[in-house]
Design a protein around this ligand. Structure first.
Ligand SMILES: Cc1cc2nc3c(=O)[nH]c(=O)nc-3n(C[C@H](O)[C@H](O)[C@H](O)COP(=O)(O)OP(=O)(O)OC[C@H]3O[C@@H](n4cnc5c(N)ncnc54)[C@H](O)[C@@H]3O)c2cc1C
Length: 96
């Protein structure tokens, strides 16, 4: 069996592993990402990214690409299904 020596091995190709690998790559540091799953998981219908998440994506150099595909939330309102009355409103920051 062929053996390879890697300086950095990242276990798990979730967003944390891939972001770490991309960050290292931008610094010119190679890494090997190991993933146990054979397939991409395609569950869910939306991904909510908060301001600090966008800052992290900007730092990785991919925020601009993703922002072209996103809808910015300006706030949310919760409503009681029993009374139909608004129970709370939250204004979210508009500047990123
Ligand atoms: C239903 C749902 C909705 C969510 N919605 C949002 C959202 O809208 N916004 C948001 O910011 N967050 C959301 N989250 C949370 C977000 O998915 C997690 O915080 C994020 O995926 C964590 O990333 P991670 O890379 O740390 O872990 P994971 O995404 O869990 O990735 C870990 C990876 O490691 C692999 N792995 C595990 N063990 C091994 C091993 N021994 N060897 C090799 N590979 C291995 C796994 O297969 C997996 O691919 C949601 C979570 C769920 C469950």
């Amino acid at each position: 069996m062929e053996s390879r020596v890697e300086d950095i091995v990242i276990v798990g190709a979730g967003i944390a592993g891939l972001a770490t690998s991309l960050g290292l790559h931008s610094l010119g540091i190679r890494s090997l990402v190991l993933e146990s799953s054979n397939d991409l998981r395609v569950t869910g219908f939306a991904l909510t990214i908060w301001t600090n998440g966008w800052k992290a994506l900007d730092t990785l150099g991919i925020g601009n690409i993703l922002q072209q595909e996103h809808i910015q939330l300006h706030g949310n309102v919760t409503t009681s299904l029993l009374t139909g009355q608004q129970t709370s409103t939250t204004a979210l920051a508009t500047a990123m």
